[in-house]
Design a protein around this ligand. Structure first.
Ligand SMILES: C[S@@+](CC[C@H](N)C(=O)[O-])C[C@H]1O[C@@H](n2cnc3c(N)ncnc32)[C@H](O)[C@@H]1O
Length: 227
C-alpha cells in the first residue's frame, strides 16, 4: 500500500491579522461570509496575503484541488493501493476516505474545504474528510512507514521508473510531496529519509504526484491487471 502525504499545504482560513483588512472585508461582503469563515485564496486576496509572513506562498488551495482530483481518480486508488493524507501549514491533518468524490469545480471544492476547516468533518453525519491537529512528524510516526521518500528538486536524482520500482518493493512506503507553490519544506529532513529529485528543475506538485503514481502503478502492474 502506497501512502502519499501532500505536506505543508497552503490551505487555511483567513488569519485573524487580516480580518479587518479592506481586501478581506470587501471579499467577505461579496460572498456573504464572515472574514474568519473565509478560505484564504491568493487569487482573490493577494494584496492582503502578501502582508503575511511567507505571503508569497500562502492561500493556494487550488494546488490541493489538482492533487486530490488526480490522486482520487488514479488506478492505484481505484484498486485500493493508495492512502492519501493532507498536512497543512498550521499542522492540521486531513484524513481522506478513498471513496470521497472531490468536486471538479474549484468553487465547490473551496466551499467544501471551508466547511471542513470550520466544522472539522464533512459530511457531518458520515465524514469522508476529517481534520485533526497533527504535525507532519506525528503523522509519519502514526503511519509507521517501512521507508519515507521526500520529494524535492534538491534531492538525489532518480528516474521516476526506478523510484516506482523502489516504492513497489516496500511494504508501506510513504511519499511526501510539498503542497505549496514556492520555496522549500519548512521541516528539516531526517537522516533516515530519502530525499529524491525526479527531474532537473522544479515541477508543480500535481505533476510530481501523477508521475510518482504512474511509476508505482506501472511497477506494480496495476494497468495490466496483475494486482
Ligand atoms: C512547486 S514545488 C515547490 C517548490 C520547490 N522549490 C520546487 O520547485 O521543487 C511542490 C513540490 O513538488 C515536489 N517537486 C517539485 N519539483 C520536484 C523535482 N524536480 N523532484 C522531486 N520533487 C519535486 C516537491 O515535493 C515540492 O515540495
Amino acid at each position: 500500500m502506497l501512502h502519499i502525504v501532500i505536506a505543508e499545504t497552503e490551505l487555511e482560513l483567513v488569519p485573524e491579522r487580516l480580518h479587518k483588512d479592506t481586501v478581506i472585508t470587501a471579499s467577505a461582503e461579496r460572498s456573504g461570509n464572515e472574514p474568519r469563515h473565509m478560505l484564504l485564496e491568493s487569487t482573490h486576496h493577494h494584496r492582503a496575503t502578501w502582508k503575511l509572513d511567507d505571503g508569497r506562498r500562502r492561500g493556494r488551495p487550488d494546488i490541493l484541488h489538482f492533487c486530490l482530483v488526480t490522486a482520487l481518480h488514479s488506478v492505484a486508488n481505484s484498486k485500493d493501493h493508495l492512502r492519501l493524507h493532507v498536512h497543512t501549514r498550521h499542522d492540521k491533518v486531513i484524513s481522506i476516505n478513498r471513496y470521497t468524490r472531490i468536486p471538479k469545480d474549484y468553487n465547490r471544492f473551496a466551499g467544501l474545504m471551508r466547511q471542513l476547516l470550520i466544522e472539522g468533518a464533512v459530511p457531518p453525519q458520515q465524514p469522508l474528510l476529517e481534520l485533526a491537529d497533527m504535525t507532519l512528524d506525528e503523522l509519519l510516526e502514526r503511519e509507521k512507514p517501512s521507508k519515507v521518500f521526500i520529494l524535492s528538486k534538491k534531492g538525489k536524482r532518480m528516474s521516476p521508473r526506478v523510484l516506482g520500482r523502489q516504492l513497489a518493493k516496500e511494504k508501506r512506503p510513504i511519499v511526501v510531496i510539498g503542497g505549496f507553490p514556492h520555496g522549500e519544506f519548512d521541516r528539516k529532513h531526517r537522516d533516515e529519509e530519502n530525499v529524491i529529485s525526479i527531474y532537473d528543475s522544479g515541477l508543480p506538485a500535481w505533476t510530481v504526484l501523477s508521475t510518482v503514481l504512474h511509476a508505482y502503478e506501472d511497477a506494480k502492474g496495476l494497468f495490466t491487471g496483475k494486482s
